[in-house]
Design a protein around this ligand. Structure first.
Ligand code: DGJ
Length: 584
C-alpha cells in the first residue's frame, strides 16, 4: 500500500511537468511546463512578485515570433504557462512602429515601476525580415503577467539598439542597456521616471569591444555585467564587467584577447567555459530569500529553429568579488546553502585560520594529494594558520592539519617543520581588490596558478612575480568554524578606497620599519643612475634588495656587491641592517 502511494506521488510529480527530475534544474535538458509542453520562453528574464517567479521570453514557432510568453513558478522547478504577455496585434506599418504578427520580438525584459504601479516591458524589435531596424518595443501592463499594451516602437535616443536589457537599481532608477553602433559598443541610458523612454542621460561603454547579451545585477555597491561576444547565434566565451557607477566607467579585464580583439575575463570556470557551456547570457536574477544568490539564465540557441533552443540556468557565485559560473549537470537551490560559508576576512590576525581563494577560479588552494591544486570547497581545502613575524606584512604560514610551514625550497613550494629562515617567511602584498600576492621573502617566488587555469585540479606552484600569471589569493575563513571572525565589507564602494590607503601604508611601513639594525657592516654605498654598489663589507656578506613593499628583487654575496636596478626606491638588507636607496 505504501509502495502504491509513493509510486502514485512520483508519477504525479512528473505528470505536473516539473521540468527536471522533480526539484532540480538540468541545464540543457528538455524543460516542460506543468502541462507537459516544452517551455517556450527564450532570451528572457525572471521577475518575482507576490510569491511567484515570472519567466518572460520569446515565444517562437520555429524561427517565427509569436510574442512574449509568460510562465509562473513558486519554486523555479515547476513552471505553469500563463500565456502570452505581449501578443502581436494590428497590421504592419510603413513606419515600422507596430507589433503586428510577423515582427521579431527578442530578449524581452520586464521591470516594475513603483511610482506608476505599472509593469514595463522592453523588447528588441525587428521588422521580421532582417536585423536592420534595431529598435525597441516598449509596452506596459497593470499586472505582471500582462496583458502588456504597446506604448511605442522606436530607436532609443535614435541609436540602433539590438541585444538589450533593463536594470532596475535599488534607488528606483531604471536603465536600458543595449548593443549599439552595429554591436560595436554598449549604450546605457537612464530611463524616464515612468520607464517608458530613455532620458538624455546616457553614455557609451566598452568601446569597440563588441559585447552582446548584457545581463546586469548588483551586490552591495557593485554592479556586475555578464556579456557574450558577438557571433550571431553561435556561442562564444562569456565575459564580465563591474563598476560602482553605472553611468561611469565600467571595468572589463584585459587578460583575455579574442581573435576579434575583444577582451574581458570569463565568468565561466569549468569545462565548456570557452563557449559559455554552449550558451549566451540572457539575464541574471536573484533567488528570493537567499543573500547574494543569483541564477544565470542563458540560451543554447538552435540557429535553425529557435523554438527548440535549450535553457542553460546555472548558479552564480560572487564570493570572490567577481562572478563565477560553474557547470552542473543537475542542481537545485540547496547549492546556495554553502556558497558563502567561506567569507573573506576583514583583517589578517595573528594566529588566524584562513584558506586561500584564488581570484579567477573562485577555488581554494587545496591538497587532495601531496601537491597543491585549486579545488572546490571540501575536505581537501587547506586551512593555514597565519603567524605574524617581527616585520610587518610578513607571515609564516602553517598548514593547520599538519603543523608544517610552507617554504620556498630553491623555488619549489614545500611543507617543512618550522625553522627560523626567510625561506619560510611570506610577504602579503595587498592589491586594490583585497587579494594578495603571496611572495617569498627569501627568493621573491610567488604562489601561482599553473597555466592560468580555473578548473578544479589546476596545480598551484611557485613562480617569479609576473603580471601575466594568476598570482592573486584572498584570505577566507570558515564561518561555521569561526563565526567570531569579522568579514570584509568587500562589496562596498569604500573597500577598494580603503585598500588603496592600506597599500600606500604598506609601502610606507615597509620602508620605515625596515631601517633598523645597529652594526656598521659596510664602508660605503654608492648610488648611481640605475646602479648601486655596496662595498667594504666584512667577510662575504649577503645583500638582498627589496621593493619598499618587501618584495624580493635581487641578492648577491661578497665584500663588495653591485646591482643594476630600474628607477625606484629599494631596501638593501645587509645582515640585520636595512638601508633605503633611491635609484634614478
Ligand atoms: C545574437 C543575439 O544575442 C540574439 O538575441 C539574436 O539576436 C541573434 N544574435 C541573431 O543572430
Amino acid at each position: 500500500m505504501n509502495r502504491l502511494i509513493s509510486t502514485t506521488l512520483v508519477a504525479f510529480a512528473f505528470a505536473v511537468g516539473a521540468k527536471a527530475d522533480g526539484g532540480s534544474i538540468v541545464p540543457g535538458g528538455n524543460w516542460n511546463d506543468t502541462k507537459g509542453a516544452a517551455i517556450n520562453a527564450h532570451g528572457g528574464c525572471v521577475q518575482y512578485a507576490d510569491g511567484f517567479y515570472y519567466w518572460f521570453g520569446e515565444d517562437r514557432n520555429g524561427m517565427k515570433c509569436n510574442g512574449v510568453s509568460c510562465y509562473r513558478s513558486s519554486d523555479l522547478y515547476s513552471w505553469t504557462r500563463v500565456g502570452l504577455a505581449l501578443t502581436p496585434t494590428g497590421t504592419m506599418t510603413d513606419e515600422n512602429r507596430d507589433i503586428a504578427k510577423g515582427r521579431t520580438f527578442e530578449r524581452p525584459k520586464v521591470v516594475y515601476n513603483a511610482t506608476t504601479g505599472k509593469w514595463v516591458m522592453w523588447v528588441h524589435w525587428e521588422n521580421g525580415s532582417d536585423y536592420g531596424q534595431a529598435k525597441v518595443c516598449v509596452a506596459q501592463a497593470d499586472k505582471i503577467e500582462g496583458p502588456y499594451t504597446l506604448v511605442d516602437v522606436f530607436r532609443p535616443n535614435d541609436h540602433d539598439s539590438r541585444d538589450q536589457t533593463l536594470f532596475l537599481d535599488t534607488d528606483g532608477r531604471a536603465y536600458h542597456i543595449c548593443s549599439t553602433n552595429m554591436n560595436t559598443n554598449t549604450n546605457i541610458a537612464l530611463l524616464s521616471d515612468d520607464y517608458l523612454t530613455p532620458t538624455a542621460t546616457e553614455n557609451l561603454q566598452l568601446l569597440g569591444k563588441k559585447y552582446e547579451a548584457a545581463s546586469i545585477f548588483k551586490v552591495g555597491d557593485i554592479y556586475y555585467g555578464l556579456f557574450s561576444g558577438c557571433t550571431g547565434w553561435t556561442p562564444n566565451r562569456g565575459r564580465y564587467t563591474y563598476t560602482y557607477d553605472l553611468l561611469g566607467q565600467w571595468v572589463s579585464g584585459n587578460d583575455f584577447k579574442d581573435q576579434d580583439g575583444s577582451t574581458g575575463i570569463n565568468f565561466c570556470i569549468d569545462k565548456g567555459k570557452d563557449n559559455t557551456y554552449q550558451s549566451q547570457s540572457a539575464y541574471v536574477f536573484p533567488v528570493q530569500g537567499k543573500d547574494k544568490c543569483f541564477v544565470y539564465m542563458g540560451d543554447r540557441w538552435n540557429s535553425g529553429n529557435v523554438q527548440s533552443s535549450k535553457y542553460i540556468w546555472l548558479p552564480v557565485s560572487i564570493r570572490s568579488g567577481y562572478p563565477a559560473v560553474r557547470w552542473y549537470d543537475s542542481w537545485n537551490l540547496s547549492i546556495f546553502d554553502n556558497m558563502y560559508r567561506y567569507k573573506r576576512v576583514a583583517e589578517v590576525e595573528d594566529g588566524g585560520e584562513y584558506c586561500l581563494l584564488e581570484r579567477n577560479s573562485d577555488r581554494v588552494v587545496s591538497r587532495p594529494k601531496s601537491s597543491l591544486s585549486l579545488e572546490d570547497d571540501g575536505e581537501s581545502n587547506i586551512f593555514f594558520v597565519f603567524h605574524k613575524t617581527d616585520i610587518p606584512y610578513i607571515y609564516k604560514i602553517e598548514e593547520k592539519a599538519t603543523g608544517k610551514y610552507i617554504e620556498s625550497l630553491f623555488g619549489s613550494l614545500r611543507f617543512q617543520t618550522e625553522v627560523d629562515k626567510d625561506t619560510q617567511k611570506w610577504v602579503l602584498v595587498l592589491e586594490e581588490d583585497g587579494y594578495y600576492h603571496i611572495q617569498n621573502y627569501s627568493d621573491g617566488a610567488c604562489i601561482s596558478v599553473s597555466g592560468n587555469e580555473t578548473m578544479a585540479g589546476t596545480p598551484v606552484y611557485l613562480n617569479e612575480k609576473d603580471k601575466n600569471i594568476h598570482q592573486s589569493f584572498a584570505l577566507y575563513f570558515d564561518s561555521e568554524k569561526h563565526p567570531e571572525y569579522v568579514e570584509a565589507d568587500m562589496y562596498s564602494k569604500s573597500y577598494r578606497e580603503k585598500n588603496r590607503e592600506l597599500m600606500a601604508a604598506q609601502d610606507e611601513a615597509m620602508s620605515i620599519e625596515g631601517i633598523s639594525g645597529s652594526q656598521d657592516l659596510y664602508s660605503d654605498i654608492a648610488v648611481a643612475d640605475g646602479h648601486v654598489t655596496i662595498s667594504g663589507m666584512q667577510g662575504s656578506t649577503v645583500v638582498t634588495v627589496y621593493t619598499v613593499s618587501g618584495v624580493y628583487v635581487a641578492g648577491a654575496r661578497g665584500t663588495s656587491v653591485s646591482f643594476d636596478l630600474n628607477p625606484g626606491i629599494y631596501l638593501l638588507r645587509i645582515c640585520d641592517k636595512v638601508v633605503k636607496v633611491r635609484i634614478s
